[in-house]
Design a protein around this ligand. Sequence first.
Ligand code: FE2
Length: 429
Amino acid sequence: MKKYTSILSVFCLLFLQITALAQIVRGPYLQSVSPNQGIIRWRTEQATDSRVIYGENLKKLTKVIELKQAVVDHEVLIQGLKPNKKYYYTIGNSKTMEAASEKRFILTAPKLGSTQAVRIWALGDFGSGSKNQLEVKNAVVNYTKNHRAEAWIWLGDNAYSKGLDEEYQKKVFPIYQDEFFQNLNLYPAPGNHDYAGKHDPSEPPYFKIFNMPVQGELGGVPSGNESYYSVNYGQVHLVSIDSELMEPSGLQVMDGKGAQYEWLEKDLAANKLPWTIVYFHKPPYSKGSHDSDTEKDMVKMREHVNPLFEKYKVDIVMAGHSHVYERTHPLRGHFGINATFDASKHIVATSTAPNQYEVGKDGQGVIYIVNGSGGQLGGQKEGFPLKSAIYSNNKIGGSMILDITKTKLEAVWLGSDGEIHDQFTITKK
Ligand SMILES: [Fe+2]
């Protein structure tokens, strides 16, 4: 009897060891989800092989993908999926699997060109570990509980203060894991903190942690470069730009030339969807914790890249960096400092009511938004609020929810207090 007990305890120990080895310390999180495929990533304490089991029926998951190589950073690509379908999944290895859960699923992107409505959550400057970060997240959890977002865009400064792997581990993954990372399609952009203040893309952990859809998986002109890419989601063309990247030539996108700028122009010119949102980190206009009158990257962005946004009738340009919320009127031709803003010249808008814009064939101005208080908060430079802004708030944090159909874009800025403090709609004929 004693012999059986000791054999049993050896088995128990072995089982415990295997379980401990496979302990998940990050994720699962979804990457590069397109209409037909998606990547599931997670990290384990010790290296193991990888296994994903998935299917449309939570109680009967039948498809298996196994990768034999022992790794701690697991990355499993699932292909052959149908657009706009929910696939549940479980993760683990050849010895042990996590339990299936209603919260673990991939909702594939809509079929390219689909006119179905989409909801997008835009979050900036968040990974600070602050109370505000949690409150902004909780407000979104509550606001979207009966209508979840399908896509999540990041405006950079995702993890403070150097974008280190352990900063993502402490201040990003645990905060959003349960409600978002395991089932929300993420299309990020990097900020200066993710680059640790440098400009060399070979260094930031950001590029190792995330997979960007750079091959045109979701439409758009393939960029072939993880720094910048575009995706078509329903009727909106989303363009993620890297305001930190310095190319080997020494050029940055705000110089108005170089590979990224050229790609941006090609991509915007090729777009056929009715809506375009371009997002990146350093804003062309701000008087929050950063000043677009004096900070050279922001000045250059405004002078060299804003004309491109106007030329290709971009609807919204969204950034972070400044830890406030600022939304301009629809603008055209305002490339100078704040003092040069002239409402009679630079506002180009047709409104049916306050904040209800209507766009005809000739287009209208570009709405510039700073949405940089998803975790960090506050600051103001001389001249705040911007003369070109219709609404600004540097007192409470928040993030944006955008609902987009073929003919209408509805945007709200949801504060950390759960209230909507700013909203506008754009309709297109
Ligand atoms: Fe920043």
